[in-house]
Design a protein around this ligand. Sequence first.
Ligand SMILES: NC(=O)c1ccc[n+]([C@@H]2O[C@H](COP(=O)([O-])OP(=O)(O)OC[C@H]3O[C@@H](n4cnc5c(N)ncnc54)[C@H](O)[C@@H]3O)[C@@H](O)[C@H]2O)c1
Length: 329
Amino acid sequence: MPLILNRQDVMSVLTMKDCMAVVEQAFLELAGGTADLPLRTAIKPQDGLSLYMPAYLKQSNALACKIVTVFKNNPARFQLPTTIGTVLLQDPETGKVICIMDGGYLTAVRTGAASGVATRYLAREPEESTVGIFGAGVQAKMQLWAMAEARKVGRAMVFDISKEAAENFSREMAEKLDLMVAVASAPEVLLDADILCLATSSALPLFDGNLVKPGTHINGIGSHTPNAREIDTALVTRAKFIGDSKEACFGEAGDILIPIQEGAISESHFYAELGEIISGSKPGRSSKEEITLFKSNGLAVQDAATAKLVYEKALEKGLGMQVEIFTES
Ligand SMILES: NC(=O)c1ccc[n+]([C@@H]2O[C@H](COP(=O)([O-])OP(=O)(O)OC[C@H]3O[C@@H](n4cnc5c(N)ncnc54)[C@H](O)[C@@H]3O)[C@@H](O)[C@H]2O)c1
């Protein structure tokens, strides 16, 4: 019988630490050839967009498909959010759907987790790191949570074009992580941060990449279409470029596609997939001065690994509701 888990159920069992462990394994499987990750399928019904993101991780025994819908008229016409995510988890042995869960919180945590894993493998490790966050939305919060798992964070700084959003972020995250979180200007963030997380809704570069300090590690998670980017050509050119997936980066990441179109770099500037760094088949950071850049587009393997984790934790805790939807005639 499929188990139905709502957002509260997912929130009550999913921690960043656990999520980082399964997401790391998912990236390893992707690099090692034991993951099936077909391209995301898009359908455009009426005024909306419906995306289907399937994945199968053989070693983790996780088979799932996330449905993400973006319907701009939802808030005004139906009092529903613009974006809704739902994950169907299947039994890889029988194909049966064993769990249907809310995918909104799960997506945010698994996105944070990917940056957390990248940071653990690529960032310098001073005694205490200063983390700079661009954007103060849902994703940005998860990015900071993940940074606090990946490194000992001394303090954090946040910049958002909405001062109110930055102030709310600062209050909420300082309390959640028991950390000093200052609201700052963009140049202040760039001057002090050892690690930068870019998690905005901007389609244009957030700052002049020449201002980024040598030795900085950057997680870029925001833009995800060929014509949009958060990171400018100067920064991409200066950085060692690691992506979640080569195919996804060359299919949808303006951050690397635009500098290539401009002739500033060639395709060979893409250094490695994160899984290759984790497996050790390609070395990570080569010096204290090197700038490392992780570009995250968001992969269904992250969703599948996280959904399986959530399902198992929910079963342990007896959460959710079992509903029989398959009856033999
Ligand atoms: N890589 C992934 O796996 C993944 C997963 C989910 C979402 N995302 C992307 O992450 C981004 C953030 O998502 P969200 O849900 O947190 O959005 P959100 O709307 O909740 O927050 C975005 C924030 O960015 C701020 N912002 C916009 N332009 C800015 C700029 N130039 N400088 C500083 N701040 C700026 C906005 O004021 C807002 O507070 C989106 O682009 C989303 O598509 C990526």
